[in-house]
Structure formats: structure tokens, C-alpha cells
Design a protein around this ligand. Structure first.
Ligand code: DGL
Length: 295
């Protein structure tokens, strides 16, 4: 025990382990991107379950099974905290993962996203766009209403946005046309009828930040777009600090991380994962940091 700080040697060893994140594929890299910015002293192990992606249209039971396997793989490799960087998996499996792996601190992206939405709204009218799985699970609605019981929610499933983000179809007339098909009933049409519309729109899928400008154009002026990435990263930072597991405050603080401090596991096709990952993460992925894994 480092008595002066109340830190055990087990905590000291844990502190050097990476933070584990998983997603159905590459979308969770928008969360990883925010985490790398807010936690520059930490290393990361990211698993993208590309072989079984997308999770959005699948049943709760199937997503739970996949999510438990992804979590187990990350734990087996050694992580100090687990982040479910996927809204669909958070909605379906957060509680299951916490029950199954009580030894690891686990958070999802929904509570931080709900918190960001409640902070952003002035009118309490909040649109939530996500996959079918996330909308069906109603976890966002519950998380927002717990914080703001008077909130009025406008949930809209936008499944095509996932494929569009992965295909690079993120702007131009086709992207805004599809966005309008999903969002006009909540924004343009009621606005033209003189009705109140949401002032806040939650990008409740880790893929959707890539389509941000098309979505903002269709939602119209005065609508604040929020996503959970930054807030999730802040929540992780707070938990690590409270548990004395943050690398930034220990003896290793200030010691630069070696190259490859962010490593990747994918369940299918490392080339495709690398190509799409670079798009979502906004940086080059060295091939030696990407490993094919069967889970
Ligand atoms: N990344 C997932 C999410 O945040 C969406 C992609 C999928 O359907 O697997 O919900």
C-alpha cells in the first residue's frame, strides 16, 4: 500500500492497463477519438465486432450474447475499465455485463448522452435518432426522463445512417435526402404547420457523428446536436480518478506512452476495419496495431 495516497499495489498495477472499448464495428471509434483527446495519458484496447455487425436490427438476446463475448475477450486480455462504445449494445446489455463481470467498472454511452441532451435543451423537447435496437430498448427515453421528467421525447429510428457512414455517403443531396425522409416528420413538417419542434437532437448511435452536417442541415437552424462521446470520455476520467486508476496521476504521469498505445481487435477483415477505422478515428492506423480475433 502506498499509504500516503491510500493506493494498493494492485491498483498501481491495474493503472497501467489499457481502457477497453467495444462496438459492433467501427462506430465506437468516435468515442475512442474523444477519449484519446480527454485522456492523453491512457492506453486503449478497442474491439470492433465487424464479423457480426450491425447489431442494430438484431434481437436483444443476440446483442447480449455478442456483447458478453466482446467484453469477455477484452477482460481476458487485461483492461482496467470497460466502455461499451455502442448505443445498441449499451441498451441491450449494460446490466448483463455488469452482473456477469462485477470485477470491472463498466459504463455505456447512454447515460452520458442523456446527460448531454438535458444540459443542451431549453424547451425539454428532445429528438433521439438511433438504430432500431436502441429506439426499441427505450433506454435513452428512460435516462432523459429520469433527469428531466417534463421532457418530451421524439424517438426516430434511422437505420440507413449506419451503412451510409460506413460507405462515406455523409453529405450531398443523397445524404440530405435520406436524412429528410427520416427527420422531416419531426422538424420541417410540424414547423411549417406552426407547431413546436425539438430544440435538441441526440445522435444516439456512434456512427451518426459522421453525418452531422447533413443531419444539422435537415433539422434546421436552432437545433443543437449532441452525441455521447465527449461526455462518456469525461465520465471515464472521473471514475478512473475516483478509483485511483488514472495513469495521469500516478508515478507514470508524464511518461510518454509508447507508439501503439491504442491497439485494435477486429473479428473480421483487418483491411476493411483499418480503412473504415481511419475514417471514423481521423488518424492513420498502423497495420501492426490491428489484430484479427475470433470470439
Ligand atoms: N454502433 C452502433 C450503435 O451505436 C450502431 C451500428 C450497429 O447497428 O451495429 O448503436
Amino acid at each position: 500500500m502506498l499509504a500516503s495516497q491510500g493506493i494498493t499495489s494492485a491498483q498501481s498495477a491495474l493503472r497501467e492497463l489499457p481502457i477497453g472499448l467495444f462496438d459492433s464495428g467501427v462506430g465506437g471509434m468516435t468515442v475512442l477519438r474523444a477519449m484519446r483527446g480527454i485522456l492523453p495519458n491512457e492506453s486503449f484496447l478497442y474491439l470492433g465486432d465487424t464479423a457480426r455487425s450491425p447489431y442494430g436490427p438484431k434481437s436483444v438476446e443476440t446483442v447480449q450474447e455478442y456483447a458478453l463475448e466482446a467484453a469477455a475477450e477484452l477482460l481476458r486480455r487485461g483492461i482496467k475499465m470497460l466502455v461499451i462504445a455502442c448505443n445498441t449494445a449499451t441498451a441491450a446489455a449494460l446490466e448483463k455485463i455488469r452482473d456477469t463481470f462485477p470485477q470491472i467498472e463498466t459504463i455505456g454511452v447512454i447515460e452520458p448522452g442523456a446527460e448531454a441532451a438535458c444540459r443542451a435543451t431549453h424547451t425539454g423537447r428532445i429528438a433521439v435518432i438511433a438504430t432500431h435496437g436502441t429506439i426499441r430498448g427505450r433506454a435513452y427515453e428512460q435516462a432523459i426522463l429520469r433527469r428531466m421528467p417534463q421532457a418530451e421525447l421524439f424517438p426516430v429510428p434511422c437505420p440507413l445512417f449506419v451503412a451510409m457512414a460506413e460507405d462515406g455517403l455523409v453529405e450531398g443531396p443523397l445524404a440530405t435526402g435520406i436524412a429528410a425522409r427520416y427527420l422531416d416528420p419531426v422538424f420541417r413538417i410540424p414547423r411549417e404547420q406552426g407547431l413546436e419542434t425539438p430544440d435538441t437532437l441526440v445522435l444516439a448511435c456512434t456512427h451518426f457523428p459522421l453525418l452531422q452536417s447533413a443531419i444539422a442541415e435537415v433539422a434546421g437552424p436552432g437545433v443543437t446536436l449532441v452525441d455521447s462521446a465527449t461526455n462518456t470520455a469525461r465520465a471515464v476520467k472521473k471514475i478512473l480518478r475516483e478509483k485511483h486508476l488514472d495513469r495521469g496521476s500516478g508515478p507514470s504521469a508524464g511518461i510518454p506512452l509508447c507508439p501503439g498505445s491504442t491497439r485494435f481487435l477486429t473479428t473480421d477483415d483487418t483491411d476493411r476495419f483499418t480503412r473504415l477505422g481511419e475514417l471514423f478515428l481521423g488518424m492513420t492506423l498502423a497495420p501492426c496495431t490491428v489484430e484479427l480475433v475470433k470470439i
